[in-house]
Design a protein around this ligand. Structure first.
Ligand SMILES: [Fe+2]
Length: 573
């Protein structure tokens, strides 16, 4: 592993042909200010939501109070010296938008690298980079795929690692961009020792709370470096509102916390203020989008939390009276598979099928779905023959629910009922729509679970729909914090018990470095060796290739696997 210390400055460079990227009738050159000072732009810069000809650029000004707002000039250029201007203008930051500025820059050229920055009074922001979407022949698209970033759980070393590599086309953030817990909440036990305490110290409920949390996360130097280096394509998962959220509430929305509608509205308002994303419909819950990368790939990002999701099933309510496989089967049939338990509404499903159908018709080789929660089928492995009473007693001190966890593992029920496994009717409907449209070759990237997953995707009849890559967390605790050195054994048992699971690694924090070329895609599962210090090492935990195969796609060429992992990957386990 190579050791890195904290990144200090964004070192931007490019090998792209810049001359082709400027606007033909470039506007007047932006008048640069005198000295660079970061206090006015204490939260850095970000960009995202690119099309071939436009992009959102974002910043926030600090220290302003005037009711009339603060004028913020912006400029975008095809080189880092800002002497090849492509566009410029002025926007006003208002208190009612929490002093954030979001500009939808138009008339850009497709497939080009741009640099942008802001100026308020005489202070310049740091410079950011973004790439517009290509429109024509495209040989490579490369994403950094991340999720689950808890301030109190550690330093954002993963973001630092991504910021250091200039060749990503975008960062795909699959949600849990922050956590709503107060100081010392779930996953935050490390916070005290490393000096990272959530602000505000209490759980987020109001607009002021959500804004304060966004502001705190955006002070992180590694987050700032990453969003300056690359455009961000984010979706939210549950923690941007509250744990295990659905249309009518959340596991972490309780009595005395006001109405769910008010809390959700506050969370979404702050989200759109602080994230470089557009809303084009007026309904803030419409957070599904499509991005076309030339003749190579269409990325669709989905919303499965707030717009249609039915109430999750609390499996614990059923397992306590479960005394054998018949009880488990009855639960599966009567409760789990109950019809009309939605994850997405018809409009979103139609959108996904339409966008992927257009991609297929245009001859693009790849269709990629950015997705919140695990789509593949993950059932518990029977742990009862392996975990003895003395093991349970040893773990019970730190994990009170371990006894039930082991007992219930025998029933082969969903590992994560909050994922698509808790909505199998909705998953079959979705797969049915994809199959009917001839879309059985999708690649899905997923966050949420805090562990790496490499899964085949099949419907209940065994038809393959595509493949799934689950990325682990940036900082949130992995299963290693529960199982310790027994984690690999647990992973093997789960892999062996699930024919669709090809590889499962719950040991590390990290991200997926995912590169698409015309004939193959390469997924490097990158691990970091610590999030508890700013100095860290990073390297590949494993690597896989995805290749088109008839009407489908398949994983090949695993690298970095143990003998047993390799056997399980090949289906010989
Ligand atoms: Fe998470």
């Amino acid at each position: 592993m190579i050791k890195f210390s904290r990144r200090k400055l964004l070192a931007a460079s490019t090998a792209l042909p810049l001359a082709a990227c400027g606007r033909v009738d470039a506007p007047q050159q932006f008048n640069s200010g005198q000295s660079e000072e970061t206090s006015t732009f204490a939260h850095g810069v970000a960009s995202g939501d690119m099309t071939a000809n436009s992009a959102i650029i974002w910043t926030r000004v600090s220290g302003k109070t005037a009711e009339a707002g603060a004028v913020v000039q912006w400029e975008i250029s095809t080189n880092e010296d800002f002497d090849a201007p492509a566009a410029s203008g002025a926007a006003i930051a208002y208190s009612e938008n929490d002093w954030t500025v979001k500009v939808d820059v138009k008339d850009l050229k497709p497939g080009c690298l741009y640099y942008y920055r802001f100026k308020s009074d005489e202070t310049l922001s740091q410079a950011g980079r973004l790439k517009t979407l290509p429109e024509t022949a495209t040989n490579t698209v490369r994403f950094a795929v991340v999720s689950c970033t808890n301030w109190e759980a550690g330093f954002f070393n993963v973001y630092d690692h991504i910021a250091r590599d200039d060749s990503f086309d975008a960062v795909l953030h699959l949600g849990d961009y922050f956590y709503e817990y107060g100081h010392g909440g779930w996953g935050g036990s490390a916070g005290k020792a490393i000096g990272r305490a959530h602000e505000p110290a209490t759980e987020l409920l109001s607009l002021a709370d959500y804004r304060t949390r966004h502001a705190q996360y955006r002070t992180d130097p590694n987050l700032q470096a990453m969003t300056a280096a690359h455009a961000l394509l984010p979706i939210w998962d549950d923690h941007e509102t509250a744990n295990d959220s659905w249309t009518g509430g959340a596991q972490n929305h309780n009595e005395g916390e006001g109405s769910w509608a008010d809390r959700k509205a506050a969370a979404l308002r702050a989200y759109y203020e602080w994230m470089p994303v557009r809303n084009t419909t007026g309904n803030l819950e419409d957070m599904y989008k499509s991005y076309s990368f030339g003749d190579l790939l269409t990325l669709v990002t989905v919303e499965t939390r707030l717009s249609a999701r039915a109430e999750p099933i609390n499996i614990d309510n059923y397992t306590k009276d479960m005394n054998g496989p018949e009880d488990a089967e009855k639960f599966r049939t009567d409760v789990l598979y109950a019809p009309d338990r939605l994850m997405m509404d018809a409009a979103q499903t139609n959108f996904i099928v339409d966008e992927f159908s257009k991609s297929k018709a245009a001859g693009q080789p790849w269709r990629l779905m950015g997705n919140q929660v695990v789509l593949g089928r993950l059932q518990t492995a029977d742990l009862t023959p392996h975990v003895k009473e003395e093991n349970i007693l040893a773990m019970e001190k730190d994990w009170p629910a371990v006894r039930d966890f082991v007992k219930n593992s025998a029933y082969g029920l969903p590992i994560y009922p909050d994922s698509w496994d808790g909505y199998p009717w909705a998953r079959e409907q979705f797969y049915g729509r994809l199959k009917a449209a001839g879309l059985t070759d999708i690649v899905v990237v997923t966050g949420d679970a805090h562990e790496f997953w490499v899964n085949d995707l099949t419907d209940d009849g065994g038809t393959k729909i595509g493949v799934e890559l689950g990325t682990t967390s940036v900082t949130s605790p992995t299963l290693y914090s529960y199982f310790g050195d027994d984690t690999p054994d647990y992973s093997m048992l789960v892999t062996q018990s699930n024919p669709d699971v090809r590889y499962y690694n719950a040991m590390h924090n990290g991200y997926i470095d995912l590169t698409f070329t015309r004939n193959k895609a390469n997924a490097k599962l990158v691990k970091v060796d610590t999030v508890l210090e700013r100095a860290y090492g990073a390297g590949a935990a494993a690597e896989f290739t995805i290749r088109p195969s008839g009407d489908s796609v398949k994983f090949t060429s695993p690298k970095g696997l143990t003998m047993l992992q390799r056997a399980l990957f090949s289906g010989l386990g």
